[in-house]
Design a protein around this ligand. Sequence first.
Ligand SMILES: CC(C)(COP(=O)(O)OP(=O)(O)OC[C@H]1O[C@@H](n2cnc3c(N)ncnc32)[C@H](O)[C@@H]1OP(=O)(O)O)[C@@H](O)C(=O)NCCC(=O)NCCS
Length: 203
Amino acid sequence: MTRASIELGDVTHHNLKQLKKINTVVFPVFYNDKFYLEVLDSGELTKLAYYNDIVVGGVCSRIDSSENKRRLYIMTLGCLYPYRRLGIGTKMVQHILNYVERDGNFDSIFLHVQVNNEGAIEFYKKFGFEIVETKQQYYKRIEPADAHVLQKTLNTKRNNNNNNNSSSSTTQQQTNSQNNSSSSSSSQQVNGLDNHTNAKPKA
Ligand SMILES: CC(C)(COP(=O)(O)OP(=O)(O)OC[C@H]1O[C@@H](n2cnc3c(N)ncnc32)[C@H](O)[C@@H]1OP(=O)(O)O)[C@@H](O)C(=O)NCCC(=O)NCCS
């Protein structure tokens, strides 16, 4: 039997509606036209996932430069329910990991997940993401409204330089990074939420 193929493809004007459809079905959150216009221009940061040439998933991410950090924010990453546990999510995360590694200049990758989304939390933990913060009432119209911030800190030139240049103790550095992470996540909440309306009931 031939092995199934899992491929990623570019998002273009021609297939943007497919990405919208995937996100509408997979996420309890509605993303508006501004969101899709922005991802259309984001090159490798946005991809459709194909399983044997059928669109079954998508990833949308963007660069977040708040709080003096350069971070990759995963806005959406999901695949249709019948196609889960087949490696499609892995293909998309791996693409993001490869992107940040090639770039070499990101501090971390982060995203928000609803606190009850245990499957996604397990999935991201497999790739070295950790819960670094829990935001109460992050979502406006879905339950539970609280979100975990999942983050993977990257071992990059940028982080290494920051560590070497710092004369303060590791403990101090950890405290700063926690504070930064917390405050950037707060601004991220605004940035992340201004593109969508939490109006749809949870799938
Ligand atoms: C999270 C999600 C993207 C995972 O996609 P996927 O294609 O099923 O993931 P993979 O098949 O690549 O899974 C890789 C590994 O992650 C872990 N994993 C994935 N889903 C899991 C689940 N529901 N429960 C526990 N572990 C899980 C497993 O270790 C899995 O390996 P295995 O199948 O060999 O045991 C998918 O469940 C999804 O689309 N969820 C809805 C959208 C969402 O919540 N996205 C996250 C916020 S952006």
